[in-house]
Structure formats: structure tokens, C-alpha cells
Design a protein around this ligand. Structure first.
Ligand code: PEP
Ligand code: MN
Length: 266
């Protein structure tokens, strides 16, 4: 029996993965593709554990100009290699309208990051295609602003939009952002689009990711975006919130039980 998913009226296919059905879709991988061996190792492991989509960043919109900004096109090429070699769809962030055509054939899903939620030209250009898009909420955006950003993509004809809730900036300092669990049912109710949760960026702390994942599933999330690294302590970006292999395995076990408790599976 499906108890939580009755708010969706839309599913979005990313290659072989259907987001918005009874199966909870796990998208996992490193914040940033660092080299070929790293992304291959991590992708193989998360696939073995049941992830349905590989996620890795190549064009990183870092807050500080003095930090690693990703491998750029080289990273996208590694991801393109992964989808062929291990047979899972890949998602990665693109940051300007020119990248839509350029990377169209190399990615199964475009990610629009929090800092670009209101990059209207990018949203419109993606809207002119039928490529699935994972749209993340802005750091300080309201639900309505988030829904309107999705609307820019949909208005052009692309309804393959997945909303990704990644927390918002509040006065709290003990987490990186605040994970407002009510975002999940509200966004689903208001849009009918699949909604996935990103507990990694919300928490900014690997020790909280499993618990927030369970909470998101109970709230009706259609999937999770989880940052995983083979050596989180050496990660070039977002290491504090990245799960090591053992922690990811534990998260998957827990998420499987939680999904079952709400009439879903992963
Ligand atoms: C990311 O997904 O690695 C990322 C940078 O997230 P956000 O755009 O939500 O900050
Ligand atoms: Mn990240």
C-alpha cells in the first residue's frame, strides 16, 4: 500500500530511474569529481549499495574564490564515461545557458544549483529541451519563489522537473543550513512534481545525514541526494558532510526500513 506518495501526479524518468513512483530514488556520489579513479570507485560502490543515479559536480559555484572550482568539462567527460561503463544515469550541475546544448548528450539530468535557482536565462534554456532537471532551492528562497523558478522551466514546455530541497539559511549556526521538513509535502502538494531531499547540504555534517534522510522519507520525499566520498577527510569540497562507504551503507539500510514503513521501497 502506498501511503505517502499520493501527492504526486507526475513522475520523471532519468534514464532507467523513475522519480516520483513508489521507489525512493537514491542519487549519490561526491560533491566534486576529483579524478577518474575517485569517481569510478565511488560510483561502483554506491551502485552496489542500491543507488539509482550517480551525482558528481564538475562546475562548482564555490562561495570562496580561493577554493577548488571543479574539473569543469574534464569532470563531465568522466561522468559520461561512468554512465557507459557502469550503466547508471548521471546528473551534474550546469551553470549557464550555453552549457545546455554543449553537455546535452553527456548528462542524463541537469542540476541547477542553489546559487542559480533564479538564473532565469538558464532555466528558460533548459525549459526548451526535454532533459530532466534537478532544481535546487535557493539558500534564502521561499516555497513560492522556488515554485516560480520551476515554472520558468515548465512554461517553455519541459515538465521533467524534479525539485530538490537542500535547506535554507536561518539564524541557526549548529547546522550549515536548516532542513525544513514541511518543504517536502508542501512542494509536492503545490506542484505535483517529484521532490527529493538533500540532507547533506542541509546539515553540513555527516553525522546528521542518516536521520534527516529518514525524516525526509517519512515526509514523502521521492528520493535523496547524498554526498559520498571514498576519503571524506581528503575531499576537495564538502568533506564534512560527505559519508564514507560504511556510513553510506548504514544509511541505505536505514532508508530501506523507513521506506518500507511508509509503503515504499528503494
Ligand atoms: C552541490 O549539490 O554540491 C551544491 C553545491 O549544492 P547547492 O547548490 O545546493 O549549494
Ligand atoms: Mn556539495
Amino acid at each position: 500500500m502506498n501511503m505517502t506518495n499520493n501527492l504526486n501526479n507526475k513522475t520523471v524518468n532519468i534514464g532507467s530511474a523513475t522519480v516520483g513512483g513508489d521507489k525512493i530514488i537514491i542519487m549519490a556520489g561526491p560533491c566534486t569529481v576529483e579524478d577518474r579513479d575517485q569517481i569510478v570507485d565511488i560510483s561502483k560502490f554506491v551502485k552496489e549499495q542500491g543507488a539509482a543515479v550517480i551525482r558528481g559536480g564538475a562546475f562548482k559555484q564555490r562561495t570562496s574564490p580561493h577554493t577548488f572550482r571543479g574539473l569543469g568539462e574534464e569532470g563531465i567527460k568522466y561522468l559520461d564515461g561512468i554512465r557507459r561503463a557502469i550503466g547508471l544515469p548521471v546528473v551534474s550541475e550546469i551553470t549557464n545557458p550555453q552549457m545546455v546544448e554543449k553537455y546535452y548528450d553527456m548528462l542524463d539530468c541537469f542540476q541547477v544549483g542553489a546559487k542559480n535557482m533564479q538564473n532565469i536565462d538558464l532555466l528558460v534554456e533548459i525549459g526548451k529541451t526535454n532533459k530532466p532537471v534537478l532544481l535546487k532551492n535557493g539558500h534564502a528562497s521561499t516555497y513560492e519563489e522556488f515554485i516560480n523558478a520551476a515554472g520558468y522551466i515548465q512554461k517553455e514546455g519541459n515538465n521533467n522537473v524534479i525539485l530538490c530541497y537542500r535547506g535554507i539559511r536561518t539564524f541557526e549556526t549548529m547546522t550549515r543550513y536548516t532542513f525544513d521538513v514541511s518543504a517536502v509535502p508542501i512542494l509536492k502538494r503545490e506542484t505535483g512534481l517529484p521532490v527529493i531531499a538533500d540532507p547533506s547540504h542541509s546539515a553540513g555534517d555527516s553525522s546528521l545525514v542518516k536521520t534527516l534522510s529518514d525524516a525526509a522519507i517519512i515526509a514523502g520525499a521521492d528520493g535523496l541526494l547524498i554526498e559520498v566520498h571514498n576519503k571524506p577527510e581528503a575531499a576537495l569540497c564538502d568533506g564534512e558532510q560527505s559519508l564514507n562507504f560504511e556510513e553510506f551503507q548504514l544509511l541505505m539500510e536505514s532508508a530501506r526500513n523507513t521506506a518500507k514503513a511508509v509503503g515504499r521501497f528503494l
